[in-house]
Design a protein around this ligand. Structure first.
Ligand SMILES: Cc1cc2nc3c(=O)[nH]c(=O)nc-3n(C[C@H](O)[C@H](O)[C@H](O)COP(=O)(O)OP(=O)(O)OC[C@H]3O[C@@H](n4cnc5c(N)ncnc54)[C@H](O)[C@@H]3O)c2cc1C
Ligand code: FES
Ligand code: FES
Length: 1351
């Protein structure tokens, strides 16, 4: 906890007093502004005022990931004392958006203040760790802070509150369920059952319906009895000094003077108004959630900021008979609470506007932003996507303004929202409060929205609507319709509304209203955000929802007079609720005869989990500054394909702090290792390619200077962006790969039917929470260089750096302890970025820190390959597929990277689980002018197999059979050979398939879904069950090797080192388990050490689900050799202890060091003959998902998922279940919400949390069941299987369940059920495929263009 407690009111910002409470250590820091500012600026941050870089000076627990308030990694708790009600308010905020000066008088608790390994860990931290809620750990401090803050306010929260509290925190690894579960252990009901509404304990249920007792299935991944109790009374008290300060009647204006900016905190209203007169351009910073991002992303600069501190005039709720007035300073969270209590007190008819606001307040951003953003800030900033302003306007809200000249009121109406000059605030005015009138009996108000995700996502379209009727009738007296995200401001359909006055609320009125509103609200074809047809459809779909709601409301008031809406339309009224996820995980119990100290097979906690949760796990950016360190900022190409005419760095070099600009000329060795490019030279081949980098003394200086580098280009033709364009230009990175069996052409002649189709599966951003970060330190001697970076392939980094510097590899040392997620994104890219950094370090002779901002990371490093699959399938009417000819094209981007491997894997795995006797598959990587795509969990399998399941679905539709029947008919059933003639036994697949169908009650639920669909026109349920045949590893033997180095010290402690990298999957933990079993000592004796090219040279990459397989065998081998060496000593003293045996001075040389090399699996693939043993073994799985789709908006809700996966024997079920759940959710993101958007010129638009939506907690299945199916795998260590990647593809069961639901809608509407659904199945695709009268109407020509200013 730090108290920002004292500021001497003087022109200079003299000091802060930081006091860390007893639980930590007492530490007083008095820092003159200059020193502090210097330190602060050295760190990165969204704006010079942000809390994040300030904390980073001393406290590295708080993580930085997006810098825009969208991920929650930087969550801290702010506590403030309110002298009026004498209460302390604790609330979560995202430190990256909190201006440090705004914290005057507040107590800030960071993760370090919650608990630490050095003192005492807090139950929140302990339970997050022990419940396996951390993997890479980068999101964990933020998760801890969100739950901790909730507990400070609600020591016994409800499960719903836990889910709500986590709504603003993103995690890319775990899939959230285990995080939620850790939070649920604080809920009162958690000690009882977690199964919603069953009335039974989940364990009872499990025994009844899930467990085959003979298999000895376990379900407990942790033991609650180990948890320390949570005693809320033990939390640190609020600093009394801050209470005294808050109650001080003689508060004075505070001025914080920085180098370029001045921050003025006003403590009286009159002073604030005075300041507004003196500084008319100064923003009034409240939550800073609008000003902060503007400064960071739009380069806005303000010399003066003004903020109020605790002015009672801005913080109040005043409820009268006519309505409620709420102070502009109230945060949206406080607004929520205030409206909640009014709703509970007032009769329903008066609270329609409040209830509409409350609905949107639940999903607007995450809890952190809702606690920061204020009502006044929201109203004044008038974002075009505003969720509240349309409702406030529809509810006739009034804005109360004040200035030195007095008070006045303006309507929060169309003029204000559309920024009519006459309706704007005067520069000296501020919003004091907002008055919202009660609704009345014949007055209906509603808010509707649709976003890519349920929570924490900007609306694609939203609306606030109200209608007033002549009393006792359905004759429209007044109508208001406001839409957000359809133009540069919130817009009003005022002409439409005017024309409908006096009309009855009936279908004819609706039809006219739709036509009129589409005429009135014009979205130009090139509108920002695209999706024009969809947004036009939403405009009228939301209007239809409102129409139904009002009709229902009228009917409730007078059922005789106003007929109700059809029963089948009822479900259209409600949005999907956000439920607390729950589930059961089942895995094999360990053999009771296994020695208790042997950890293999047990759900052992991630070895770094506690450190993750306390923020004490060190990532690269947490490493303390090094003397003389410089920061690097990249200058990237803005053209997709162009000649570089000139690079002018003169202005950049002239800026303060800039040390050098580094270009291709500065690369002493090879600038083009393995056909990749470090610095662009002469030509650029994609937007985002690094042309040069700027090295400067601070990150801010480097970034500023990078913007001043002037590059002139001359475009080169062709510019190839898409796969189709590449095909047109014959532009490829690789030769064609092919696998063929049978006689495809011949077989086509003898089938009943042939279908042809194309499926697009778009790419995916890795979105590891820790962006790529490199620290390169040149050494004084012998051209040595040390690099620290998060990576999957240290050898590759070493290779590229050595090649770039033209030195032997022996001079380059690459180190890593952990990475904050990788998913393939840190396999090859760190080599490029490492070499770029090393060249800069070499040139300047100084250590260089290169940290990619989230947007740059997304732009530069690219991700999963987009894929186009073309198929021709010949089949019989009974569903048997006889022949398939499939072509795959991936968009490889501008350089080879891993594209060849991706294509190999696509082709080799292209049959999935189906035997097709005549089968031909071809694949090729296209060369385009996009950043080079790279490895990503599954290496192409998750994309290509969607095409397989798509043609299975298409065949089903043609045969009038269900997709699962076609799957069953064509699935491999006995020991067989793949299309490339490799033998395999699909028996575990058959078991997974059978068990999944049975245990998920698939057929019964499918029937129930059909019943539901019959009764509901606008909502449809869909189910799918998707089988998977996966192969781990890589078809090249040399990539299956590993080495380990094991030291046994004389005190008995053991150090284990291997070539594998830890990025959340728990590799180090499993290696400790292996060493523990092999050496027959407790895990506590064993310490895993960092991965480095110094200790284990030439290690292969940690990828392809092989980390445990290869490194585990190497560690095992090393331990076994050591144990063999110890045998003579053990034999002499068989009753001795471990310490006795190893503490022999004469034996130490034999046991203290051993490096073991393992030649791993033998795999091969002969592409000439199209046959081989490409992968060491097979792994199977089946996933069943059920969704509900809102046909009017395209939203979907994942109701339930069951996964049955062939885990053989899991070395660590907790880690493996974490991989399965996390991989599934990442796959689900690929197939549903994650949409990369490029311009036709190849510019990536989606570069942050706002534009690219990875699944959040609200997206995961309401019910999530994972079962490990037992099988044998003798060739892998302890008969385990590598589960890192496989479940990614199982996420496609959500995609196909959506397709099933859309098919049901289409069937009912009389449309063809053969349609192509491309991936991702975004709300846009879902809605536009559920065609109806509204999708038809969207094409109505725009005859009236009222908002002519928006072009
Ligand atoms: C990650 C993220 C997600 C978001 N998601 C959503 C979403 O889903 N839906 C949605 O509707 N919004 C969303 N927002 C936007 C958010 O609602 C607004 O940014 C917020 O309401 C602005 O309030 P603030 O107090 O932070 O304003 P500030 O940034 O402090 O100020 C904004 C502007 O208002 C002026 N101002 C502030 N208060 C007053 C006053 N009392 N009188 C006069 N002028 C004033 C300031 O001068 C400044 O120009 C999101 C924002 C973020 C960062
Ligand atoms: S880093 Fe602050 S919210 Fe993402
Ligand atoms: S554990 Fe959450 S991002 Fe890695």
């Amino acid at each position: 906890m730090c108290w920002i407690a004292r500021c001497f009111s003087s022109p200079a910002w003299e000091c802060y007093l930081f006091t860390f409470p007893k639980v930590w250590k007492i530490l007083h820091l008095e820092m003159p502004l200059a020193r502090m500012a210097e330190k602060r600026e050295k760190q990165r941050g969204p704006s010079p005022f942000s809390l994040t870089p300030f904390l980073a000076v001393h406290l590295t627990g708080t993580k930085y990931s997006c810098g825009e308030g969208g991920c929650g990694s930087c969550t801290v708790m702010v506590s403030r004392y309110n002298p009026k009600n004498k209460k302390i308010r604790h609330y979560p905020v995202t430190a990256c958006l909190v201006p440090i000066c705004s914290l005057y008088g507040a107590a800030v608790t960071t993760v370090e203040g919650v608990g630490s390994i050095k003192t005492r860990i807090h139950p929140v931290q302990e339970r997050l760790a022990k419940c396996h809620g951390t993997q890479c750990g980068f999101c964990s401090p933020g998760m801890v802070m969100s739950i901790y803050t909730l507990l400070r306010n609600h020591p016994e929260p409800t499960p719903d509150q836990i889910t709500k509290a986590l709504g603003g925190n993103l995690c890319r690894c775990t899939g959230y369920r285990l995080i939620v579960e850790s939070g649920k252990t604080f809920c009162e009901e958690s000690t009882a059952c977690q199964m919603k509404g069953s009335g039974k304990c989940c364990m009872d249920q499990e025994e009844k319906s899930f467990v085959n007792r003979e298999e000895k299935i376990c379900t407990k991944l942790y033991n609650e009895d180990e948890f320390q109790p949570f005693d809320p009374s033990q939390e640190p008290i609020f600093p009394p000094e801050l209470i005294r300060m808050a109650e001080d009647p003689n508060k004075r204006r505070l001025t914080f003077q920085g180098k370029r900016t001045t921050w003025i905190t006003s403590v009286t209203l009159s002073d604030l108004l005075e300041l507004k007169v003196n500084f008319p351009q100064a923003p009034l910073v409240m939550g800073n959630t609008e000003v902060g991002p503007r400064i960071k992303f739009e380069d806005e600069f303000y010399p003066v900021f003004i903020t109020p501190l605790g002015l009672p005039e801005l913080y109040f709720v005043d409820s009268t008979d006519n309505g409620v007035t709420i102070g502009a300073g109230y945060s949206l969270a406080q607004l929520n609470d205030a409206l909640g209590s009014i709703v509970s007190e007032q009769p329903k008819e008066k609270t329609k506007t409040y209830r509409a606001l409350l609905k949107h307040l639940r999903t607007l951003a995450g809890p952190q932003i809702r606690n920061m953003a204020t009502l006044g800030g929201h109203v004044v900033s008038r974002p075009n996507y505003s969720d509240l302003n349309p409702i406030l306007a529809a509810g006739n809200a009034i804005i109360n303004l004040i200035s030195k000249d007095g008070e006045r009121q303006i309507a929060l109406d169309s003029k204000f929202l559309e920024r009519a000059p006459e309706a704007n605030l005067k520069s000296e005015e501020i919003v004091l409060s907002v008055s919202i009138p009660h609704s009345t009996k014949w007055h209906f108000v509603s808010g509707m929205r649709l976003a890519q995700c349920q929570e924490n996502a900007f609306a694609i379209v939203n609306a606030g609507m109200s209608v007033k009727f002549e009393d006792g009738t359905d004759t429209i007296k007044d109508l208001q319709m406001f839409y957000g995200s359809v133009g540069p401001t919130v817009v009003s359909a005022s002409q439409t509304c005017k024309q409908l006055i006096g009309r009855q609320w009936d279908d004819q009125m609706l039809s006219d209203a739709c036509r009129l509103v589409l005429d009135e609200i014009y979205i130009p074809p090139a509108a920002e955000g695209g999706m024009v047809e969809y947004r036009r459809t939403l405009i009228i779909s939301l209007l239809f929802k409102f129409y139904l709601k009002v009709r229902r409301g009228l009917n409730k008031m007078d059922p005789q007079k106003f007929p109700d809406i059809p029963e089948k339309f009822m479900s259209a009224l409600e949005d999907f609720p956000i439920e607390t996820p729950q589930g059961i995980q089942m895995f094999q119990c360990v053999d009771p005869r296994q020695p208790p100290q042997d950890p293999v097979g047990h759900p052992v906690m991630h070895q770094s989990a506690i450190k993750h949760a306390t923020g004490e796990a060190v990532y690269i950016d947490d490493m303390p500054p090094i003397a003389q360190e410089l920061f690097l900022a990249p200058v990237t190409s803005t053209r997709a394909h162009a000649k570089i005419i000139s690079i002018d760095v003169s202005e950049a070099l002239a800026l303060p702090g800039v040390v050098d600009v580094i270009t291709a000329e500065d690369v002493p060795g090879d600038n083009n290792p393995q056909e990749e490019i470090l610095y662009a030279q002469n030509e650029v081949i994609c937007v985002g390619q690094i042309i040069c980098t700027v090295a400067a003394d601070t990150h801010a200086h480097a970034k500023e200077a990078a913007k001043q580098v002037k590059i002139t280009y001359e475009d080169i033709e062709p510019r190839i962006i898409t796969i189709e364009q590449a095909l047109e230009h014959n532009s490829f990175l690789t030769a064609e790969r092919k696998i063929e069996q049978g006689n495809v052409e011949q077989a086509f002649k003898h089938v009943d039917q042939i279908i042809e189709g194309e499926v697009h599966v778009e790419g995916q951003e890795h979105f590891y929470m820790e962006t790529q970060t490199i620290l390169a330190i040149p050494k004084e001697e012998d051209k040595e260089m040390v690099l620290h970076l998060g990576m999957q392939y240290p050898t590759h980094v070493q290779d590229f750096v050595a090649t770039a510097l033209n030195v032997p590899r022996s001079r380059i040392a690459c180190h890593m302890r952990r990475a904050g997620g990788a998913f393939g994104g840190k396999a090859s890219k760190p080599a490029l970025l490492g070499a770029i950094t090393a060249v800069a370090a070499n040139k300047t002779g100084r250590p260089i820190r290169f940290i990619l901002e989230r947007g740059d990371d997304m732009l530069i490093t690219a991700g999963r390959h987009p894929l186009l699959g073309k198929y021709k399938i010949g089949f019989m009417n009974n569903g048997v597929i006889k022949s398939a000819d499939v072509e795959y094209y991936v968009n490889g981007g501008c350089t080879p990277d891993e594209s060849e491997l991706v294509v190999d894997i696509i082709v080799l795995k292209s049959e999935n689980t189906y035997y097709i006797p005549n089968f031909r598959c071809r694949g090729r990587a296209c060369k385009t002018n996009l950043p080079s795509n790279t490895a990503f969990r599954g290496f192409g399998f998750p994309q290509s197999t969607v095409v397989v399941e798509a043609y299975i679905t298409a065949v089903a539709s043609q045969c009038n059979l269900s997709p699962e029947e076609i799957r069953e008919i064509n699935m491999y059933k006995r020991i067989s050979k793949t299309a490339y003639k490799d033998m395999f036994n699909p028996e575990p697949l058959r078991r997974c398939w059978k068990e999944c169908l049975e245990k998920s009650s698939f057929y019964a639920r499918k029937q129930a879904a059909e019943e539901f669909n019959k009764k509901n026109y606008w909502k449809k349920k869909g189910l799918s069950v998707i089988p998977m045949k996966f192969t781990v590893g890589i078809p090249y033997t040399y990539l299956n090797q590993a080495a380990a180095l094991v030291h046994i010290y004389l005190d008995g402690s053991v150090l284990v080192i291997h070539g594998g990298c830890e990025f959340g999957q728990g590799l180090y933990t499993k290696m400790v388990q292996v060493a523990s079993r092999e050496l027959n000592i407790p895990s506590s004796y064993i310490h895993p050490y960092e991965t480095s090219t110094v200790t284990v040279p030439n290690a292969v990459f940690t990828a392809a689900s092989m980390g445990t397989d290869t490194n585990g065998k190497a560690v095992q081998n090393a331990c076994q050799i050591l144990m063999a060496r110890l045998q003579p000593i053990i034999r002499k003293n068989p009753k001795g202890k471990w310490e006795d045996w190893v503490n022999h001075w004469w034996g130490s040389a034999f046991i203290s060091l051993l490096i073991s090399l393992l030649r791993g699996y033998q795999t091969n693939m002969d592409w000439e003959k199209e046959e081989g043993h490409a992968f060491p073994y097979y792994l199977y799985g089946v996933s069943c998902s059920e969704v509900e789709v809102d046909c009017l908006t395209g939203a979907h809700k994942l109701l339930r998922t069951d996964i049955f996966i062939d885990a053989a024997f899991s070395i660590n079920p907790a880690l493996d279940i974490g991989q399965v759940e996390g991989g599934f959710i990442q796959g689900m993101g690929l197939y549903t919400t994650e949409e990369l958007k490029y311009s036709p010129e190849g510019v990536l638009y989606s570069r942050g949390t706002n534009d690219y939506k990875i699944p959040a907690v609200a997206e995961i299945p309401e019910e999530f069941y994972v079962t490990f199916v037992r099988s044998q795998n003798p060739i892998a260590i302890y008969s385990s299987k590598g589960l890192g990647e496989a479940s990614m593809f199982l996420g496609s069961s959500v995609f196909f369940a959506i397709q099933d639901a859309v098919t049901a809608a289409r069937r009912e509407r009389g449309l063809t059920t053969s349609f192509t659904l491309n991936s991702p199945a975004t709300p846009e695709l879902i809605r536009m495929n559920c065609m109806d009268q509204f999708t038809e109407m969207k094409n109505t020509p725009n005859s009236v263009r009222i908002n002519s200013k928006w072009k």
